[in-house]
Design a protein around this ligand. Sequence first.
Ligand code: NFS
Ligand code: SF4
Length: 633
Amino acid sequence: MATKTLDKASQFLVNRAEEMGISIGLDRLEAQMPQCGFGQLGSCCRMCYMGPCRIDPFGEGATTGVCGASVDTIVCRNLLREEIGGASSHVGHARHVVLSFKKMLEGKASGYKITDRDKLMEVADGLGIKADGKSDKEIASEVVDKALEDLSRQDDEPMNWIKLRAPKKEIDMWRELGILVSNAHNEIEEGMHRTSMGNDADPTNLLLACLRIGLVDGYAGLHMATDFQDIMFGTPKPRMIEANMGVLEKDKVNIAMHGHNPVLSEKILEWAGKLENEAKEAGAKGINVVGVCCTGNELTMRRGVPMAGHNLQSELILLTGAVDAMVVDMQCIWPSTTKIAECFDTKIITTESFVKMPGATHIAFEAEHADDAAKKVVKMAVEAFKARKGKEVSIPKEKSVGLIGFSVEAILDVLKKVNPSDPLKPVIDNIVNGNIYGAVGFAGCPSIKLRDTSMTEIMTKELLKNNVLIVTTGCTAHICAQAGFMDTAATNKYCGDGLKSVLTALGEAAGLDGPLPPVWHMGSCVDNSRIATLLGALANKLDVKISQLPVAGSAPELVQEKAISIGTWLLALGLLVHIAPSPRILGSSLATKVLTQDLEKLTGGKAYVELDPIKAAAGMMDHIAQKRAALGI
Ligand code: NFS
Ligand code: SF4
């Protein structure tokens, strides 16, 4: 059984799994050990049936595959395929939101509306759509057309969303590198074509294709999803929330929303409110909707819904016995959840036709019938509560508080209170005087392989101590919230004096009693777009490239292909991207050298692999110091 030590709430439930004889991820990881070295190095190929072929990086055995593919070719092809998996997830998510919005505009999905008109107008204006005399719906429908163009056009015109959201200097750089992409679907198709047997064997060319897919991910995935979600559901504003599995309530119908897409979760939340009385009639004190993974981030950022847990806790939370329904849509959903739910009265409800699981109940969720489906889901949760009522539950007591909701718009609102005419100036002044030494964005997942090392927490503390402001998204945001880093009290506890003074001044300007928290929750994984927007604004203001800013990114606990595609986008934007554990590139000395060194000469970005949290933080500090020196500050 599991031997790793985790945070208290997780450990409590790991122990419960052990008592009950239920297998969890840690057990399954142990059963996989030792994991295949070829796989970890990226040096095995299954692209055709003359293989599988594998190349020993130490020169023992075959040096090429049956077809003659070198280890460099194999590693780079594999990396590109991983990235395509990630980018497909993000583009699929964005497309789903755009199509739901389109149905709403056509009057086919009455349950949705335009919530943030300002954002709609900002996006429309950025896309060059003239407002003159048009209704909001007409403008919105032109915005939809522009989005769908990015999935369909066949000329080489750069993507609308790149022109909308990327800074000019970076666009020029990508044009020069020949990686400005046009149509996300074409790129994904070409990437699959390129990597299938007997096509691209040039590792450098394959790595350039990786950068192309990075741009697809960033603009037709992340940015597009964020923009439409903000228009449909509102742009996040700061608010206080609670986090960790202690947010479950024994006497309420607990609905855990898990997955990614607010088109589903917003509806469930709405119907949970409307059906509160049915829950009460069933003997519950009400309905408690809580969020898991990125759907948790979406719901907390816009509605203040408690953040119940990150991806590693998505099966642990079921061991409480208190979850009446876990409702999922797409991505990061472990097939193990249905097995665990079977031991309790918990319903696992899938909603997407391409995401079904044996043992789950499927309730098809389409924008056209969103209200009916949401009603059905909530009623099913109430029924499950009736079955659970009176039984023992084991809810960990841990929960923390945090101030979240740091969209770029919200950040600018705070800054405008300090300097209404030039809101970015206070930030830049404080970067120049060193009060803010730099900034680091933490994104991605909790790794079952690294979680017990507290990788994210230790890096965060190190950086804060050195006056580095942290912004975060995705499941890393759950980790940070649970660690108390989003609590305003964390500023005095963890920050160096410079950062403390800035956050205190901003907190006062914002009308808070104390400082702003030192770790800013900027949203879900698709909302890494928000971080890029902020960086773009700072770079524009200083008239430099993003690669010149004293900033860095980190996926401190790499799990998903999606983190690979986001990371590659950040490399294309010119950032240092710290990653742990290493992506599967070490089998190729060429890929490793290009990604960790040579790329810097092309885009300014480079990958940095370091598994020791203290050393990783130090490495990022060095990078920030170099960038400051180059700027003469
Ligand atoms: Ni990001 Fe969201 Fe979490 Fe990792 Fe999965 S939920 S998209 S991939 S596991 S952070
Ligand atoms: Fe082996 Fe080449 Fe086939 Fe890959 S494509 S499995 S290296 S023969």
